[in-house]
Design a protein around this ligand. Structure first.
Ligand code: C2E
Ligand code: MG
Ligand code: MG
Length: 589
């Protein structure tokens, strides 16, 4: 603006002038009152511009200067509406940033609109009350200049925010990997990574949750799960989404218990109020010392712990430490040898007899896997947990079933009377929709009657798995197979497990078998007695595992558990030894 426009200039009301102009600012400057006001305006304007263009903007200072501007132009209100996108603007559903409002009803003096390149929109409007002296042309052009400046500041700020959001958050609004590295980088620079626990987790069976509730509700569930964790952890922690249902987090070591508990299982509610239990597979890593490479170290170590947790049939939560590292090596070795071993038929079923305690009849057997490698026999505890880290265990289980069927076929062809054989199946099969059909296919290949095959499954903890387990058990039952709950009583089974799933047999875990020294009223005895009686009344067959002594046999007889399996009768036997038992068909009681 040039001084040539000065004759059109109006006076700034004295009250505003006082608030506005630095006392003494105009003093000593020769010239008219207009010139003083002109100078006052430019001084204010230049302050505003510099306040808006510094790196760390002092928002209060900017606000203060804007209020002074509003007073200078006798405005009763000035506000900006900001919209994230076109639709928000159409529906006038934006955010309002009001820099001044004295409460008087006003008319629009000027309005401006801007659309930024990241499609955010802003509209700035100034109002003046009808009882105020209208703006002259010069004032209008000054106000115009101020409003454009403000708008450009706001849109620049919004654009920065939008870009930050795009760069540091994913499409669902979770902090992303860039955000994660940024956080770690800053924390490392300030020596704040020491003694923190980093973790990675995956929401278990989230695809099933999506299937059951729909994707939209699935998103809400994922959001609530995340939000609750972030709230639990507080400001000194950080959780980011890696993609899909995978997350990364870091928090002070003293909060480990809180995270582990939360990630093990927690209930989240859908918008309709339905409770869903969410469990995760998680790997944890303790950050020990500090240096730049730490950022990478956290990722790689933690991820391997997580992989084990995710695939592990045993524990959903795995800590990365020394024992983890050595187990890891063992595991890798087993995984490497597995395919070849399977091809060379190194896995053989051993058979452990099941005996009726009332008459000593051999009524069935459990096939237990043994690995023959390099002249040694490896027990299942040394390889099954590792095969459960991946889904290799499923191949082994089907291979065992096939070997059992082959043996049964041969026994039948030799004219032996067949007894029911049970085979253990890992929980890893639970997501295989064709599980019952695959079993039938293998069994039918050897023309073994379905009722002579028993599928042993262990209990399950999560609700979602529970639904799948039921589907699987119904499928097996419909095809005529027997199904048993293995190791009953040591997991977290609920009574619903018995009520809703068509089991044929309940195998009470050896931990429940009362010791000889335990009296009539010991907890184990009471529980054992009632579990047996419940199973019988529900029409389930009941087997006790781990029967080792004559006293155990007496307890079984006393409580009505007719079938026993354990060292008292036999250990798991090689085929040749088992065939001898088959021929004899009976034990002395
Ligand atoms: P399980 O299914 O509960 O099998 C019973 C385990 O108890 C067997 O151990 C058996 O040898 C042992 N046992 C039998 N009688 C007695 C006794 O009187 N006293 C004691 N203390 N123990 C007894 P094993 O053969 O080492 O198998 C361990 C576990 O490995 C099995 O527990 C089963 O969960 C798993 N497993 C074995 N073979 C397979 C398989 O082919 N597939 C899958 N998925 N798991 C298998
Ligand atoms: Mg078993
Ligand atoms: Mg068992």
């Amino acid at each position: 603006m040039t001084s040539g426009q000065s004759e059109k200039r109006s006076k700034i009301p004295s009250s505003v002038g006082k608030a506005d102009v630095d006392p003494g600012f105009a003093e000593g400057i020769p010239g008219s009152e207009e010139t003083d006001l002109e100078l006052a305006f430019y001084k204010l304007f230049s302050k505003l511009v510099s306040a808006m263009t510094t790196f760390e903007v002092d928002v209060d200072l900017v606000k203060n200067l804007l209020i002074k501007m509003c007073l200078m132009f006798r405005l009763c209100k000035a506000e900006t509406r900001v919209y994230q996108n076109e639709q928000e603007e159409r529906e006038d559903n934006g955010e309002t940033l009001s820099c001044y409002d004295n409460g008087k009803e006003g008319n629009v003096v000027l309005t401006y609109r801007v659309v930024t390149s990241v499609m955010t929109r802003a509209v700035i409007t100034s109002y003046m009350a009808p009882d105020e002296k209208p703006l002259n042309e010069d004032e209008k052009s000054k106000l115009d200049l101020v409003m454009r400046t403000v708008l450009s500041y706001i849109s620049r700020k919004r654009m920065r925010e939008a870009l930050y959001k795009l760069a540091y958050f994913d499409e669902k609004g979770f902090p992303n990997l860039r955000n994660w590295f940024d956080y770690l980088g800053k924390a490392a620079a300030q020596d704040q990574l020491r003694d923190k626990i980093a973790f990675r987790y995956n929401l278990r069976h989230f695809s099933l949750i999506n299937q059951e509730f729909g994707r939209e509700t699935g998103d809400v569930i994922m959001n609530s799960h995340y939000a609750k964790l972030v709230e639990l952890l507080g400001d000194d922690s950080f959780v980011a989404r890696l993609g899909g249902d995978n997350f990364l987090g870091i928090c002070p070591a003293e909060k480990t218990r809180i995270v582990v508990e939360y990630l093990t299982e927690t209930e989240v509610r859908t918008p309709k109020g339905v409770g869903v239990n969410i469990s995760t597979s998680a790997g944890f890593f303790r950050v020990q010392n500090e240096h730049d490479a730490m950022v990478d170290a956290i990722m790689s170590s933690k991820i391997s712990a997580y992989r084990v947790a995710q695939n592990g049939g045993m524990d959903n939560t795995v800590f990365y430490d020394e024992s983890f590292r050595s187990n890891r090596e063992k595991s890798m070795k087993i995984q490497q040898q597995f395919s070849e071993a399977l091809e060379k038929n190194e896995f053989k079923p051993y058979y452990q007899p099941k005996v009726n305690v009332l008459d000593g009849r051999l009524v069935g057997a459990e096939a237990l896997c043994r690995w023959f490698r390099g002249g040694k026999v490896i027990p299942p505890s040394e390889f099954i947990p590792f095969l459960e880290e991946t889904s290799e265990i499923c191949k082994l289980d089907f291979n065992m079933l096939e070997n059992v069927c082959k043996d049964m076929r041969r026994w039948a062809d030799e004219g032996r009377e067949l007894i029911r054989i049970s085979i253990n199946f890992s929980r890893k099969h639970i997501l295989n929709t064709y599980f019952p059909e695959t079993i039938a296919e293998i069994v039918d290949k050897y023309s073994v009657p379905h009722e002579l095959i028993e599928v042993e499954l262990t209990e399950t903890t999560s609700e979602i798995e529970y639904g799948e387990l039921r589907r699987m058990a119904n499928g097996l039952r419909d095809l005529g197979f027997h199904i048993s709950i293995d190791d009953f009583g040591i997991g977290y089974s609920s009574l619903n497990l018995i009520k809703d799933i068509p089991w044929s047999t309940l195998k009470i875990d050896k931990a429940f078998l009362p010791e000889e020294t335990e009296g009539e009223s010991s907890i184990n005895r009471i529980m054992f007695r009632h579990v047996v009686s419940m199973a019988r009344q529900l029409g389930l067959e009941c087997i006790s595992e781990g029967v080792e002594t004559p006293r155990h046999v007496d307890i079984l007889k006393e409580y009505g558990c007719d079938i026993a399996q354990g060292y008292f009768f036999d250990k798991p036997l090689s085929v040749a030894d088992f065939e001898q038992r088959l021929s004899r068909g009976r034990y002395d009681i």
